[in-house]
Design a binder for this molecule. Sequence first.
Ligand SMILES: NC(=O)c1ccc[n+]([C@@H]2O[C@H](COP(=O)([O-])OP(=O)(O)OC[C@H]3O[C@@H](n4cnc5c(N)ncnc54)[C@H](O)[C@@H]3O)[C@@H](O)[C@H]2O)c1
Length: 255
Amino acid sequence: MSRFASYPSLSGRVVFVSGGGSGIGASIVEHFAGQGARVGFVDIDEPASKALVEKLTAAGYPTPLFTKCDVRDIAAYQAAIGEVAGRFGTITVLVNNAARDDRHVIADVTPAFWDERMAVNLRHQYFAIQAVAPGMKKTGGGSIVNFSSISYHTMAPQLSVYQAAKAAVIGMTRGLARDLGGDAIRVNAITPGWIMTQRQIDLWLTPEADAALMAAQCLKEKVYPPDIARMVLWLAADDSRLVTAQNFVVDGGRS
Ligand SMILES: NC(=O)c1ccc[n+]([C@@H]2O[C@H](COP(=O)([O-])OP(=O)(O)OC[C@H]3O[C@@H](n4cnc5c(N)ncnc54)[C@H](O)[C@@H]3O)[C@@H](O)[C@H]2O)c1
């Protein structure tokens, strides 16, 4: 038996996750499936996404619905969201997770690069909310979770455009929480610290970086995707039913 919570309110709930094929997103998909939710997700990484669907189906969870879709293409993205609603029913949980944190130096940033980074790190979150909000309103409410990033608090180098997008996620979250609150739609943000996905481990986890992280965090343990996924579950479940317009930092006490 798991030492972690299960949420009766998530059983059978229709959940949509962007960037659910790998990293934190895959853990979120897995955690919702483990709660008996019907999960739809998009990603551009088809092999990883299909492998996840197979793994969860083999584990006996409700089979998630994967659609290959680039969230930068808003028309295709909103159509993919509609497809999940058509198959499973009204989406009442939306997790805006997809992003890319590639490094960039100021001199190389062009207007086109700026626009593309905003499209992958911010814009799709807004238009996914636009797509799901009418259904949530009709069925009496919903929960939306937007992903920000600790990197703009810690001033991590060579990430300024990403940081601009991730800071904007917080403002967007608060504005939409106000606009949608009358329809019982909750909008919250999660700010992960440095989370040990395979990509982060492969690209950045040197012994020196590890030591610096442990010195900076109050809690001397690395944070892993399931630590974030469990916060998403709580925000999606009725247990947090009067929580909205907030930002939840999960970083082991680093910021
Ligand atoms: N891992 C960390 O340390 C960390 C820290 C702070 C914030 N975050 C945030 O948490 C969220 C998840 O992070 P992660 O580390 O798992 O990211 P990741 O890069 O490992 O995974 C993101 C997923 O999104 C998908 N994706 C990328 N571009 C896409 C596109 N255009 N269309 C559709 N899918 C696309 C990727 O294929 C991948 O499956 C992101 O919003 C990220 O900004 C992560």
